[in-house]
Design a protein around this ligand. Structure first.
Ligand SMILES: Cc1cc2nc3c(=O)[nH]c(=O)nc-3n(C[C@H](O)[C@H](O)[C@H](O)COP(=O)(O)OP(=O)(O)OC[C@H]3O[C@@H](n4cnc5c(N)ncnc54)[C@H](O)[C@@H]3O)c2cc1C
Length: 370
């Protein structure tokens, strides 16, 4: 029996995969899983591949948007710099689709798959501390009650303060703020295609816009704080958009640069997955995708490997991929938030670059098979 802390994307993907290998598991969840935030998520082909392996992609497909292309614009000039033909790339490489989806829909489908396996989800179980006692693991809840288990998977997301002393995390607040909103398609001041992700690059800020559910479009804006050169070459179109964006209701939160280090004893069946195990900047849209890959890979490894050591070994090999995703997200952040001078060079490069080659350079990411 495995105990899992957290019924987010990683925890549920892992639970369902364990169950499909006939391995009993239970989940401790701090909140009410029905109240998961509703926002849009981009699911790149590596993530939809995991959902296909889990056998739930077909069920989700009717409620997701299939993305045909990613269009990148200069926000100052409101000029298209490049179109990345995602669907062509997917077809050429025989991959599953690039989707956008409501996080609630994805979460609901994962949850109902887990419930269909009769897995017990212990609600209102906020775990405060995990202690490895050598032959068993002690779990202390916030209400001070305790539980023990033999095998544990920590999937409690990015809570900032780890619950297990073998996970260390050093969050440093950076100078970026994220804003997120959703509007009806008809209300957005620019023409938006149902099958396109739009990335607007400015100086020290970028905006991502995409349809994700019914007639809703998701807007995420990340800005560098204290930078007032966002839109220097203003024109009427841009003023309209600025006025529109200013009038929206935004959720906002500060971003932290966290370095998470796992120092696990490989003889012990204790693992961490998803945001609890690594911190990925949002500039490559891979947080949920890595949570799905992690959850499935760990579940499958436990199902297929004989020893705890070999499962740890497989998961530490996976760390190389995670590190590459972290490096690429960090590089994207530099590119997306370039200074005014560098952004001129960036926009020039994007206009001249071969879009197919750009996508081919991401084959390691999108073409990955679990
Ligand atoms: C606005 C926004 C847009 C995003 N867009 C994308 C995107 O386009 N593409 C992408 O791939 N990713 C995206 N992400 C990131 C993605 O949502 C996360 O990386 C992903 O949800 C991580 O999954 P997880 O299972 O590790 O953690 P979570 O989904 O955070 O789940 C953690 C679970 O653990 C529970 N929990 C927490 N603490 C405890 C505790 N102490 N005890 C018990 N239970 C606990 C929580 O209630 C939750 O259910 C986005 C995130 C945001 C906020």
């Amino acid at each position: 029996m495995y105990s899992i802390i957290g019924s987010g994307i990683a925890g549920l993907a892992c639970s369902y995969t364990l169950s499909s290998f006939g391995i009993d598991n239970e989940i401790f969840e701090s909140g009410d899983t029905r109240t998961a935030n509703n926002y849009g998520i981009q699911l790149s082909p590596n993530a939809s591949h995991v959902l296909q392996k889990m056998g739930i992609l077909n069920k989700l497909d009717p409620n997701m948007k299939v993305i045909n292309s990613i269009e990148i614009y200069s926000i100052e000039k409101l000029k298209k710099l490049i179109t990345l033909p995602v669907n062509e790339f997917v077809t050429k490489n025989n991959l599953t689709n690039y989707y956008t989806v409501s996080r609630n829909i994805l979460h609901k489908e994962l949850l109902s798959s887990v419930i269909s396996c009769n897995t017990k989800i212990k609600q209102d179980s906020k775990i405060k501390k995990v202690e490895d006692l050598g032959n068993k693991v002690k779990i202390t809840k916030q209400n001070k009650s305790t539980d023990t288990c033999k095998k544990l998977i920590i999937a409690n997301g990015n809570s900032g303060s780890p619950i297990f002393d073998r996970i260390s995390c050093s969050p440093i607040k950076n100078d970026f703020t994220t804003y997120r909103s959703a509007v009806k398609h008809s209300e957005f001041p620019l023409k938006i295609n149902e099958d396109t992700v739009y990335l607007f690059l400015g100086n020290g800020m970028h905006v991502v816009v995409y349809p994700y559910f019914e007639d809703l479009i998701n807007i995420v804006m990340i800005t560098k704080n204290n930078q007032d050169t966002i839109i220097p070459n203003s024109n009427q179109n841009i003023e309209n958009i600025t006025a529109f964006l200013s009038a929206l209701e935004w959720e906002s939160w500060s971003l932290y640069d966290s370095k998470i280090t796992l120092n696990f004893d490989i003889s012990r069946p204790i693992f961490a997955i998803g945001d609890a195990a690594h911190s990925i900047k949002p500039h490559l849209a891979q947080g949920a995708s890595m949570a799905l890959e992690d959850g499935y890979t760990l579940g499958k490894s436990i199902g297929g490997e004989i020893t705890t050591k070999s499962v740890h070994l497989l998961m530490s090999k996976r760390q190389k991929r995670i590190n590459r995703v972290i490096r690429s997200s960090s590089l994207n952040r530099k590119i997306f938030h370039a200074s005014p001078i560098v952004s001129i060079a960036r926009d020039f490069f994007l206009e001249k670059t071969n879009s197919r080659k750009q996508l081919d350079s991401l084959k390691w990411l999108y073409g990955y098979k679990v």
